[in-house]
Ligand binder design. Sequence first.
Ligand code: AVJ
Length: 313
Amino acid sequence: MADREGDDASGSFRNDVIAGLSTRPRAIPARWFYDERGSELFEDITRLPEYYPTRVETELLRSRAGDMAAAAGFGRAVVEFGSGSSTKTPHLLRAAQPAAYVLIDISGDFLRASAAGLAERFPDLPIHPLEADFMRPYRLPAAVSDLPKLGFFPGSTIGNMVPRSAVDLLRRMRDVLGEGAALLIGMDRVKSPDILVPAYDDAAGVTAAFNLNLLHRINKELGGTIPIDHFRHRAIWNDPMARIEMHLEATRDVSFDVDGRSFEMAAGETIHTENSHKYGPRDARLLLRAGGWTPIDEWTDEEDQFAVLLAEA
Ligand code: AVJ
């Protein structure tokens, strides 16, 4: 929906692309980055020298998961939103001594791979993969219904959503996790554009390839004729909105077809492909409160680059 700037729970790839190319400004939801190649490229991004979020958050979990688990309460059912990170999740699971672990992801393949990897490392932990779009209604497995929950939403994924969608998601999480739940959530901090922009426009061009891969995916899956050589990656800091925006900019006038429809773009026109909202300390707490959660603790690195917040329902 236009007022959600493309990040609302939406339709199929085809519908989102056609609708996104037809509206002004043109925008395609960031969720469509993650085909197999896109997921590989994202993994590469997390290892870039300029891309600090993964490194800083992983180090926070490695060094502070004990404090986080103690503050949240041991022995809960941990419910992770997203496919589960093989580097972050084990730190939390070791510290939290969970009664069970539920991971929710839209991609069944990722879900099964993550669940299998974790089952090997935590043989005594009951693991419940749940294939679902957590932006839409769903129910937790009955096996965890009587356990107190600890939601886990790392990676600053919440930053992909505009605030009103983020608030909707937080409220849904609160409803799903139930009475007495806790939530551990990663949010990237507002900081200098001198650090933010290179994190989304790296010297090696990996983020550019990640962004442009969306056009390859459109050409491959939707019979597109987009002249990809005539597009370039742009990452800009939108200060009033406190977000990094990624765009694909036409470098000359272009015309192309997608799924039998014709589109024209003038040189300099862009397709908006991602928002990555950043939150200052008060912004982060306000977002949680707007989403129905009470912030109770938080952990940041020395330079306050990234925060992990704990909230209770
Ligand atoms: C996975 C949404 C947290 O916004 O930093 C990284 C995705 N895009 N580089 C982010 C992303 C370009 C990432 N999130």
